[in-house]
Ligand binder design. Structure first.
Ligand code: FES
Length: 869
């Protein structure tokens, strides 16, 4: 028999299974540093060395490794850190860290020539978080991390506490475990966009040896819920069943199979016979709201928080301020246009996944979630358990961007584990991510603006049609939020907003970085820019005449902004910083014959979501001189753990390495609404600061030989302030091909006290990179049968190292009284001004206003041709 592979110097214990890829084999052997981001060799997260040669192990047959030396991230450096691992720590070339092992393994095998051409050498390794600058720095040996041996940690470049575990592959994500007796779940999904299930025959599936359970609509609790998680669950339409007879989009789950292995589960899914009654489907909001359109949720009304099921409305908003028609009558210039913002996906490298098991009469769920506490509450309600009978906990999360504020997997494994009394695992494939999880809400937004001869706005009117998809998760909140900050950013006494979120037979939209603001900002800021140009006023000057100032009240829609005020006001500094950077002339030189233009985008974002966001923290002295800090918020790459350590150590006056953080476990940590709405610093960080400050006070008041002390902190996320971000671009456009090239990119952020400049810069760079992908080429494409035609990373295409220009990042000097030690959040907001700034620069270069995204080469070329002909 051929020798087994030797992995990191250790002979493997079991032979590969027939057809098994090397990645699955290695993970089965316990080498969990090898990550699964796709199954197609697109992301590089699974990169290992075979006889010293880097390979994408998801494409490499495990049998080819027989008798060969295989090295994973765990074995790269032996007893010491490999120099590349050390470099990634020194430069903090990581955020969520899910890509990091693959990046390091690829880099460690590069020769000098390859190191000199990173855009080409790293084309097979994707990172969704960092924007690649920090990764490039790491590879080039740039040192940024500051170990802060003594003194206040706030304001320093403290490295992430989990960094050593991430770069060595020892950090544990949700799927990096294999409890004894683990069973695998697969889902059978609908091939139809609209159908009624007359019956399901599971007999052939259940007869297959190794199949333990097949769940269908007949097994599902009758309780409707929303996959969206909010502190107040009534904010979302309760329109979803765990498994439903009514199929509303292609890819909706129809049955769940639990088996000894994925291969058996796949076989069983194929053996299930479903009798569908096909129904008429509607794929766009206009068709869905037309008279006589098929109804997606007939009979659901206010009791389920559905706005109007007779018109397929998941949510609607109608609000006004002053008299908008009088405002237009008083205007000397009016601009109106309709903007189309497309569907994009989060593409966190770690897909959705969860493992559930029972402990006595309790259900335990280990999941990749931004909201463990709200998921615990939802599971308890849905499965008919008391809260105390459910524990949800989160290990390290491989990216979220809002996509993990949903419950897509936990309820299925929870129900199966309760039925079987065995551990059950469900991990989505990359294709399932694209066809059946959530996206950004596509929107059509009509904007009408009026201004007087002085360039002051007299009227703002916005009408939005949002495509909710088949279910209303987050549709109400996203709609409200989209009608908030982008409109309240400008002073105007006459405003009118009409907005609807419409059910269609497409995959559901949901929470996405910016939570609706990026869509509205593209429309409103583009219209502001065009109105100014039409009036012969410099677009920045026009904005300055109209933008809110410190002390102004904020007005958008009724009830939305009552607890929001402008606290620290860094907007003028942001504008100065961006203008100065653009005026410097720095950046690439445009090729001869290309059109060159500059543009900016302004955005504002509330520091906290409305409606309450609760965070608790508890910090305790330990006998060994360390402190245990318990917080509920999840760490998904946004760096909140580092920020909490910095806040706590500074308040206590101790070293950061004396703080140990315990987080995201409903059994061990007080309630936290979750990691979203940029609340990890602003709300949870404040709870940490309150607790640490109180503990300092207690220690100072206690005798030197006191018993270990504990203190608590709590915040509820109100009142709220706002952050500002200004993005600037200089671009060049090839009029012959439509190619758009970014010559210079700069963003200035009003982040208050910057707790960790290195991390905060990374958040901005990552936000700009993700937004550039969305603005320039990313697009979830759905054909006229409701099929997602971009179900792979290769067809969807997120930015690679080569695609992302460097962005200069500046922070306005400001101090936010409402934030912890003056800080404001910076997770979502850097995304929002990118698309409008790019479109405004494109307009400056070409004279053409682009009303729809993405700004692909083909579309730019077609518009330029149309204008010239
Ligand atoms: Fe690269 Fe998150 S740090 S994917």
């Amino acid at each position: 028999m051929t020798d087994l592979p030797v992995v990191n110097g250790v002979p493997a214990e079991t032979p590969p299974l027939p057809g098994q890829c090397l990645r699955t084999y290695l993970r089965g052997e316990g080498w969990f540093g090898v990550k699964k981001g796709c199954d197609a060799g697109d992301c590089g997260a699974c990169t290992v060395h075979v006889e010293g040669v880097p390979v994408h192990s998801c494409l490499y047959p495990a049998t080819r490794a027989l008798g060969r030396e295989v090295t994973t991230i765990e074995g790269l450096g032996g007893a010491e850190l490999h120099p590349v691992q050390q470099n990634f720590l020194d430069a903090q070339g990581l955020q969520c860290g899910f890509c990091t092992a693959g990046m390091i393994m690829t880099t460690a095998a590069l020769d000098e020539a390859q190191l000199a051409d990173l855009p080409r050498s790293l084309k097979g390794n994707l990172c969704r978080c960092t924007g690649y600058r920090a990764i490039g720095d790491a590879i080039c040996g740039v040192k940024q991390a500051d170990l802060v041996p003594e003194g206040a940690a706030v304001g320093r470049n403290l490295p992430a506490p989990a960094g050593p575990q991430v770069v060595t592959g020892r950090a544990r994500y949700t799927m990096d475990t294999a409890p004894a007796g683990l069973l695998q779940m697969r889902l059978l999904r609908s091939p139809h966009a609209s159908a009624w299930i007359r019956s399901i025959d599971t007999s052939a599936a259940t007869a297959i040896p190794g199949v333990h359970l097949v769940l269908t609509y007949a097994d599902a609790p009758e309780r409707h819920f929303s996959s969206a998680r909010h502190e107040n669950p009534d904010e979302d339409p309760q329109d979803t069943l765990l498994l439903d007879r009514h199929v509303r989009f292609k890819g909706q789950r129809v049955a769940a199979v639990v088996a000894e292995s994925l291969a058996i589960a796949d076989q069983a899914c194929a053996a299930i016979s479903v009798d569908y009654e096909l129904r008429e489907a509607v794929f766009d909001p206009e068709s869905a709201t037309a008279p006589g359109a098929p109804l997606l949720h007939p009979g659901k009304g206010p009791e389920k928080f559905v706005a109007d099921s007779t018109r397929n409305l998941a949510a609607d908003i109608h609000s006004h301020l002053g008299d908008v028609e009088a405002g237009f009558a008083a205007a000397t210039a009016i601009y109106e246009n309709t903007f189309a913002i497309h569907r994009v996906q989060h593409v966190h490298l770690e897909t959705h996944g969860a493992i559930a098991w029972t402990e006595g009469d309790r259900l335990v769920v280990r999941t990749s979630s931004q909201t463990p506490f709200l998921t615990r509450d939802a599971l308890a309600k849905l499965l008919g358990l008391s809260r105390e009978k459910v524990r949800v906990f989160v290990e390290r999360v491989g990216g979220g961007f809002g996509g993990k504020q949903e419950m897509f997997v936990e309820e299925l494994v929870g129900l199966a584990a309760l039925r079987l009394d065995r551990p059950v695992q469900l991990e989505f494939t990359r294709e399932e991510q694209f066809i059946a999880t959530s996206t950004r809400h596509p929107m059509r937004i009509s904007v009408r603006l009026g201004a007087d001869a002085d360039g002051l706005l007299t009227a703002m009117q916005v009408s939005t049609v949002s495509n909710a998809g088949a279910y209303g998760n987050h549709s109400t909140g996203v709609l409200f939020h989209s009608c908030g900050e982008a409109i309240s950013l400008y002073n105007c006494t006459n405003k009118k907003v009409d907005a609807v979120a419409v059910y269609t037979n497409t995959l559901p939209a949901g929470a996405f970085r910016g939570y609706g603001v990026s869509q509205m900002a593209f429309a409103v800021d583009s219209a502001i820019d065009e109105l100014a140009r039409g009036m012969g006023i410099d677009p920045i000057e026009f904005r300055l005449r109209n933008v809110v100032r410190a002390g102004d009240e904020l007005h958008a829609i009724e009830g939305e902004l009552e607890d929001v005020s402008i606290g620290s006001y860094g907007l003028p500094d942001c504008i100065d910083l961006v203008q100065t950077a653009l005026a410097s002339g720095r950046g690439e030189v445009a090729p001869a014959g290309w059109l060159v233009g500059e543009g900016v985008g302004f955005t504002m974002l509330d520091t906290t979501p409305p409606g309450g966001h609760i965070a608790h923290a508890q910090i305790s002295e330990a006998a060994d001189g360390t402190f245990e800090l318990k917080v509920g918020t999840s760490e998904f790459g946004n760096g909140t753990t580092t920020v909490h350590v910095q806040l706590a150590s500074t308040a206590l006056g101790v070293r950061p390495d004396q703080i140990r953080v315990v987080q995201s476990d409903t059994d061990h940590v007080p309630h936290d609404t979750g990691a979203y709405g940029s609340t990890g610093t602003m709300v949870a960080g404040k709870a940490t600061l309150i607790a640490a400050t109180e503990l300092r006070r207690l220690i100072d008041a206690a005798p030197a030989d006191h018993e270990p002390l504990t203190a608590d902190g709590r915040t509820d996320g109100t009142p709220r302030s706002v952050t500002f971000n200004v993005q600037g671009f200089r671009v060049a456009v090839n009029p012959a091909t439509g190619e758009l090239r970014i010559l210079f990119s700069v963003q200035a952020a009003d982040a208050g006290t910057v707790i960790n400049p290195m991390q905060c810069r990374g958040q901005v760079e990552g936000g700009v990179a993700q937004a550039l992908g969305a603005a320039m080429f990313e697009h979830v494409d759905i054909d006229d049968t409701g099929t997602v035609t971009t179900p792979t990373l290769r067809s969807y295409h997120i930015p690679t190292f080569a695609d992302v220009p460097s962005t200069e990042v500046y922070f306005a000097p400001s101090y936010e009284d409402l934030g912890p030690m003056g800080a404001k959040p910076m997770s979502e907001s850097p995304f929002n001004p990118v698309a409008p700034a790019l479109a405004n620069a494109l307009r400056d270069a070409t004279g053409v206003r682009f009303e729809s995204l993405p700004l692909t080469r083909d579309r730019i070329w077609a518009r330029l041709q149309a204008v010239q002909s």
